[in-house]
Design a protein around this ligand. Sequence first.
Ligand SMILES: [Zn+2]
Ligand SMILES: [Zn+2]
Length: 263
Amino acid sequence: MTTASRLVFVPSANIFEAPNSWFSRIALSQGATVGELLAMLRMKARDADFAFLSQETQEAAMALGIDLRDLKVACRVFHNFLRAGLEPRRFLLYEGQRPSYRFCPHCLKARSEPYFPVHWRFACWRVCPLHRCVMCDSCESCGMRVSLPRSMIHAGPKGEGVAYLSKCLTCGTSLAAIKTTPVDSFPGVVLAAWERELASNGRAVLAALYTGFVYVSADGPSRPLRKLAELERRGVIPNNPRFLAPERLIERFVTAEAIQASS
Ligand SMILES: [Zn+2]
Ligand SMILES: [Zn+2]
């Protein structure tokens, strides 16, 4: 990957896919590292989830036969995020300096070509609405969080490569096989009503970033996106990592299961 010829066998993007996810998959499809791909895309910023929006990168990608507009949701959400002037370190997940993601094992398992969607990058996206489970923070086997983009060609425990994003890129274990905490089991025990409400505010943030408007109440007026920063300061957006911390939830779930079994 040293010349700017059009790439072949580029995997299709899912419209919900995060740029960092797609770039990881594209690099693998070309037998290249992510660094090589990002250099060809003339991406200068560290975080490709934002850097893909630059005119220079859009043109470089088009010359390679990659249409970054295929990332339809990412284009709107990250554009609106920048427009709203929100603080990335408060709203997005990072592992050190690297972009990081939570994941739903059931979603990863259901996809023939696993990918990480935009909303899994957001600190406030705490519950998978499709599978009604708490999002996972890290690999169960090695404890590592998912950081993307990453060179899949050199991933895995021996650096021999990992073919799918449904596997941990550090130890190779399936992320799709992790047991989740269902939010609808043992109502009021595993998740209190206020926790469910706060978690649903997380989904509302993504809806706001997609539509470009914030609705504080169902029948109230729309507010500009910068309102999100104020709501975050007021503590009504579940960005705090201690909220729904996995170890505490598992403890509650196991206790509730034990109580049910003994009754
Ligand atoms: Zn799911
Ligand atoms: Zn692992």
